[in-house]
Design a protein around this ligand. Structure first.
Ligand code: F6P
Length: 319
């Protein structure tokens, strides 16, 4: 292998730069050239890329986002689009690709692999909804962001005797909401994985309220309901003054945590070593603190097993 390409695709997350840097420098250490495509599969389709030497990836490790930029590409979902991407890779002499992204991006990686392109995927998504990795890149930093915000909101909630419904990201996954609830001591987490009995929730909050605990934090996963509806229901049922905070894209940015810097570096290194050894069509994952490759075709059809204790524990500890 003489030249590899790197893309970051889908929703960005902190730690992507660490993975790009590590993959680039690992490849260069083997005498392999590196090109980075701009904006994920979009850059592959448009032929927008930059050649990356060791200095090009200096000074990015500690930055959030991705210096290659990221995007979601409709054109790449089509057969014609994918054929065009493969053609561009061939024309550029790129004979291996590292794809850093979430489930949609890994599906794209699998499609390229099936078309004969040697590909290795790196799981990167704050949602932590990718199977065969305990943690995806970016999750830890997003959680730290959430925890900082919730701690701030708790201060003002207690000053004003209010209940806050705080909406976090995660698409159909309740991982961020569940773990953030445990780590902040929130009263309740509402997640897509468990049906929320709003009457039961209100009863529990009322009981707390009558016991004199007159503020509350409810963390809502975006895939589990509408924050304003839940806040209104709580207000109507208990008379609690409620407020809503949607944390939004704040969660995705910021300097990566130590964990994400290390994870990105480990993933980037392992992905390139795998590609160069001829082992392709796989995703590198973190399993019991070891980097373990799994076939992309297995990853994309598997559902991530929710952490057994997570949601039950958040309910027990909260109220
Ligand atoms: O998949 C990552 C994620 O941040 C989700 O949690 C969220 O629903 C979505 O991306 C937001 O996407 P966009 O940045 O396109 O608004």
């Amino acid at each position: 292998m003489k030249k590899i390409g790197i893309i970051t695709s889908g929703g960005d997350c902190s730690g992507m730069n660490a993975a790009i840097r590590s993959a680039t420098r690992t490849a260069l250490s083997h005498g392999v050239q590196v090109v980075g495509f701009r904006k994920g599969y979009v850059g592959l389709l448009k032929g927008e890329y930059l050649e990356m030497g060791t200095k090009d990836v200096a000074g990015i490790l500690h930055r959030g986002g991705t210096f290659l930029q990221s995007a979601r590409s409709e054109e790449f979902r089509t057969v014609l689009g994918r054929e065009k991407a493969v053609r561009h890779l061939e024309e550029l002499g790129v004979d291996g690709l590292v794809v850093i992204g979430g489930d949609g991006s890994l599906n794209g990686a699998l499609a390229l692999h099936r078309m004969g392109v040697p590909v290795v995927g790196i799981p990167a998504s704050i949602d932590n909804d990718i199977a065969f990795t305990d943690m995806a890149l970016g999750v830890d930093t997003a959680l730290n962001n959430i925890i900082y915000a919730v701690d701030c909101i708790k201060d003002t909630a207690s000053s004003h005797d209010r209940a806050f419904v705080i909406e976090v990201m995660g698409r159909n996954s309740g991982y961020l909401a569940g773990t953030a609830a445990i780590a902040t001591g929130a009263e309740y987490a509402i997640v897509p994985e468990i049906e929320c009995d709003i009457t039961d929730l209100c009863n529990q909050l009322r009981q707390r309220y009558e016991e004199g605990r007159s503020n509350a934090i409810i963390i809502l996963a975006e895939g589990a309901g509408r924050a304003q509806n839940i806040a209104d229901t709580i207000k109507d049922a208990i008379g609690f003054e409620t407020r809503v905070t949607v944390l939004g894209h704040y969660q995705r940015g910021g300097a990566p945590s130590v964990f994400d810097r290390l994870l990105g570096s480990r993933f980037g290194h392992a992905a390139v070593e795998l590609l160069l050894s001829g082992d392709k069509g796989k995703m590198v994952g973190l399993c019991c603190n070891a980097i373990v490759p799994t076939l992309l075709e297995t990853v994309v059809v598997s559902e991530k097993r929710p952490q057994d204790d997570l949601h039950g524990m958040s309910q027990i500890l909260g109220i």
